[in-house]
Design a binder for this molecule. Structure first.
Ligand code: THU
Length: 140
């Protein structure tokens, strides 16, 4: 899939964000190696800490549908309808990407379908901690 189309899906997902507390809306569109796309939006909560970011909503939806191999994610975010600033994934979401993605996984930070920058997971999470760090992984 073209990145432009993936960004369009992220922009559509952003409109679904549930953000009564911050008003900051994020949309993510996660491209699986199979070609399937899983969208996510941020979902806030009155108790604040249960809030889920858009990126994790997309990843967890994919995994819950049996998909665990990914090639790219497009991310857009801003207050209300704004799209004019880059929205980078938070540290927790980068760590979730570390669980399921290779260092070359593409993270597309977009302001519009034609205005975007492509990073890799290695760019945004160098020296990340992952399953290969655990001896547990070798035994099971
Ligand atoms: N948020 C995301 O959904 N993704 C990010 O990468 C950064 C932050 C959400 C969480 C919260 O609902 C709002 O943005 C403000 O932090």
């Amino acid at each position: 899939m073209q990145y432009e189309k993936l960004i369009e899906k992220a922009i559509a997902a952003k409109k679904l964000a549930y953000t009564p507390y911050s008003g900051f809306k994020v949309g993510a569109a996660l491209l699986a190696e199979s070609g399937e796309v899983f969208i996510g939006c941020n979902i806030e909560n009155a108790a604040y800490s249960p809030t889920n970011c858009a990126e994790r909503t997309a990843f967890f939806t994919a995994v819950a549908n049996g998909v665990m191999k990914f090639s790219a994610v497009a991310i857009v975010g801003g207050m209300g309808d704004d799209l004019g600033k880059n929205c980078f994934p938070c540290g927790v979401c980068r760590q979730v990407m570390m669980e399921f993605c290779t260092p070359n996984f593409k993270i597309i930070i977009a302001q519009s379908p034609t205005n975007y920058t492509i990073y890799t997971l290695l760019d945004l999470l160098p020296n990340g901690f992952g399953s290969t760090n655990l001896s547990y992984n070798k035994q099971h």
